[in-house]
Design a protein around this ligand. Structure first.
Ligand code: 3HC
Length: 696
């Protein structure tokens, strides 16, 4: 065995030169890895006893892509293009031996090898789109040549990771290897290729599949149309389509040139910066700063849920989905039956859509039981309370739960608004109490705010974070404050949206600006969808707020065919002149003279106070990092990932600009715009949110 460099070895096995990369955690194409491959190939070419070359990796995975941490830094080492050139032009056949994942630049390296072999558990794909990029090392030109333009379009714009069996079927790999002998099988394939004197296979020269699509622009038109909604706002998917068009219509090298040009454009753009930020933010959020490393993890084998409403039922499903039995306790049999029915119906609907096997419905339902007695939760390792938001009721439940639950059980509340420390004070074991704030629908929404009380133990926090990962959530640890992180920031946007409409911006203008920014819908369309009568009481309604007036007019949202908007039978929204009139009357009563409000003002008034509130949250230590706030907003509130979350957006816009505007708004509109101390400090010291160290 010869050491090529720190991360690469070369061994001649039976006449085949085997290059092995070992650069944890994912063998990303760092300068060292690129140098290592390059050096390894030179070594193999010079080795008179080697007739062929195998490229494989040690550790968990084949090369998982370019090294994202290198992006934006000055180039070092051999370039990826040169590495690919020596592989593709090698006079000795090169076999890529794949396990784990061959992703992005990793697959693009495999695609310049002459043959590919993979173990059955391997996955292959070009997921660059997820970080706002396109495959920039020939992937957009070679993949369509192997699997055809239509399939390549699907895979690259969705970032699909294909299983080895599908890769074999589509021609992306040439053979499957036994799971436990990839190297042996790769060497055997290399020897077979030599023995059969097979001509070297270079995908760049295989034109049949792209030529078949030439002169058929309708393929691309149909693809764009079918995906218009999914791609809205994102720059990368359209550029990927353009590259595949080039693969079909232009010679290989011309296509490659376009790919490079568009890749560089994306790489320097705001979107990729935002999506790369999110890539690391979503991974960091799992690391809780200051948590004891040896905090004991409580094994959670049974879960109790108190309350069988929509929330309770949705929460229960998360655990049933991963095979953890759940016992639900209600106060009324009818409510319990309704809850169990909700769970079954949800599963049946998923099965109807083909996303769940029919057998799985019964398997999961067999794991859920229900009763009317809190005592039945005495064996549960974790109990989650999901009753309505009333402190007295919650304290009563936690007091009783304290007497029933076994020692060491985790007692969680799903409260979205109440003081968790007060809830915990109703028990004799506040260290076991934690908030698990699921978002509705709880079986669908990814976000979970894990709320740490003053006394919550490290063990309970560590267990909750681990469990969240197990049930497929994106968990963010937050502190106890009104609205926690997500709703607290939402409150700022909501306040401004409600105020702006009295100043002259109509609800549809506010909605349009936020929709164009990238949110799935604006706040007024959202209210109409949720129902304006949430929390409204006909008897107590006094017509003193716009919402009350609309409800009194039976404009209670989409369900009544009218709310802020008018709806037709297909639920298409149209601005309502009637609502416009009502708003103007309100404005008059408030003594406000409506004026022209610019789109820029709408955006800044809605978004900058959110950033400011995020700064306050950090100041108070209610979130550990600015990027955690971004993770909350991207996963729970539809913040467009290509804008990186409110805090990243603030950094990108420039904190001095945010601060200046907040000061102007404060002078004009009042103290609700008072800049956070942290925002002022950061600006004064020329720093950004991303410069802050995680808070303990
Ligand atoms: N560059 C640098 N670091 C990377 C990386 C990459 N491409 N991929 C993963 N990492 C790091 C992660 O940040 C993480 O670091 P940490 O331990 O310090 O937090 C560590 O590797 C492990 O990653 P995960 O926690 O994600 O581990 P998993 O086992 O869950 O997933 C994976 C492994 C499937 C490989 C996943 O990490 C992944 O999807 N990685 C990104 C793949 C990708 O996007 N590749 C394309 C890159 S762009 C490109 O190739 C451009 C080219 O076309 C020119």
């Amino acid at each position: 065995m010869v050491q090529i460099n720190d991360v690469t070895t070369y061994t001649n096995i039976d006449g085949v030169g085997v290059i092995v990369l070992n650069s944890p955690p994912v063998n990303a194409l760092s300068a060292a890895v690129r140098d290592g491959i390059h050096g390894g190939v030179q070594k193999a070419l010079a080795d008179a006893d080697a007739q062929a070359i195998v490229l494989r990796c040690d550790g968990n995975t084949f090369i998982a892509g370019a090294d994202i941490t290198e992006f934006g830094k000055p180039p070092a080492g051999v370039g990826l293009g040169e590495v690919q050139r020596v592989l593709e032009e090698s006079t000795k056949p090169v076999i890529a031996a794949i396990h784990g994942t061959a992703l992005g630049g990793g697959l693009e390296v495999a695609l310049v090898c002459h043959w590919r072999i993979a173990v059955p558990t391997a996955r292959l794909g070009l997921p660059e789109v997820n970080i706002g990029l396109l495959p920039g090392a020939g992937g957009t030109q070679r993949l369509p040549r192997v699997v055809g333009p239509e399939v390549a379009l699907e895979w690259m714009t969705a970032g699909t990771q294909v299983k080895a069996a599908d890769a074999l079927e589509s021609g992306l790999i040439d053979a499957l290897a036994p799971e436990d002998d990839l190297q042996g099988a790769a060497v055997a394939l290399a020897k077979r290729v030599v023995a059969e004197q097979r001509p070297l296979r270079k995908l760049r020269d295989e034109n049949a599949k792209v030529e078949a699509a030439r002169g058929k622009p309708e393929i691309f038109a149909a693809f764009r149309k079918a995906n218009a909604k999914k791609f809205r706002g994102f720059a990368a998917p359209e550029k990927i389509v353009q590259c595949v068009e080039a693969a079909v219509n232009l010679p290989f090298d011309e296509g490659l040139k376009l790919e490079r040009k568009l890749f560089v454009e994306l790489m320097h753009g705001d979107q990729s910066a935002a999506q790369r930020h999110y890539f690391f933010a979503s991974r960091q959020a799992w690391q809780v700063p200051g948590l004891k490393k040896d905090a004991a993890i409580v094994p959670v084998q049974t879960v109790g849920v108190i309350g069988a409403g929509t929330m309770g039922a949705g929460i229960a499903m998360n655990f049933l989905n991963v095979g953890i039995p759940v016992h639900i306790v209600e106060t009324q049999q009818a409510a319990l039956d309704r809850g169990l029915k909700t769970i079954r119906t949800n599963y049946e609907n998923t099965a109807k859509k083909g996303k769940l096997k029919v057998e799985a419905i019964e398997e999961r339902m067999a794991l859920v039981t229900g009763s009317l007695d809190l005592q039945d939760l005495s064996d549960c390792d974790l109990v989650i309370e999901a009753v309505f938001e009333n402190m007295e009721v919650k304290k009563d439940i936690f007091g009783r739960l304290d007497r029933v639950a076994k020692a060491g059980a985790i007692l969680a509340s799903n409260t979205s608004a109440l003081d968790l420390n007060q809830i915990a004070s109703a028990t004799s074991r506040p260290e076991s109490v934690i908030g698990l704030h699921f978002f509705s629908p709880a079986n669908v929404m990814k976000l979970l705010e894990v709320v740490r009380g003053d006394k919550t133990s490290d063990s309970v926090i560590a267990t909750s974070m681990q469990l969240a990962r197990k049930i497929g959530k994106v968990a963010v640890l937050v502190g106890v404050c009104p609205g926690f992180v997500g709703n607290r920031i939402l409150g700022q946007r909501q306040r401004e949206a409600n105020q702006l409409i009295f100043e002259g911006a109509m609800p549809w203008a506010v909605d349009r600006v936020l929709y164009d920014f990238g949110f799935p819908m604006g706040p007024f369309a959202m209210s109409d969808l949720a129902g304006l009568d949430l929390g409204w009481n006909k008897e107590k309604s006094t017509g003193s707020t716009l919402r009350e007036v609309l409800c009194e007019m039976d404009r209670r949202g989409q369900k009544t065919g009218a709310g802020f908007y008018d709806y037709d039978e297909k639920r298409t929204a149209r601005p309502s002149t009637l609502v416009e009139g009502v708003i103007k009357q309100f404005a008059e009563k408030k003594g406000i003279t409506p004026r022209e409000v610019s789109d820029d003002e709408i955006l800044e008034r809605c978004i900058y106070p959110m950033i400011n509130e995020g700064a306050k949250i950090l100041e108070e230590g209610m979130a550990s990092r600015a990027s955690d706030i971004d993770v909350v907003w991207i996963n729970g509130y539809g913040w467009p990932v290509y804008r990186g979350g409110p805090m990243h957006y603030g950094d990108r816009v420039g904190l001095p600009k945010v601060l200046t505007r907040m000061r102007e708004f404060e002078a004009k509109y009042g103290p609700q715009f008072k800049p956070a101390k942290l925002l002022e400090e950061l600006v004064a010291t020329g720093r950004r949110f991303s410069d802050l160290k995680p808070a303990h």
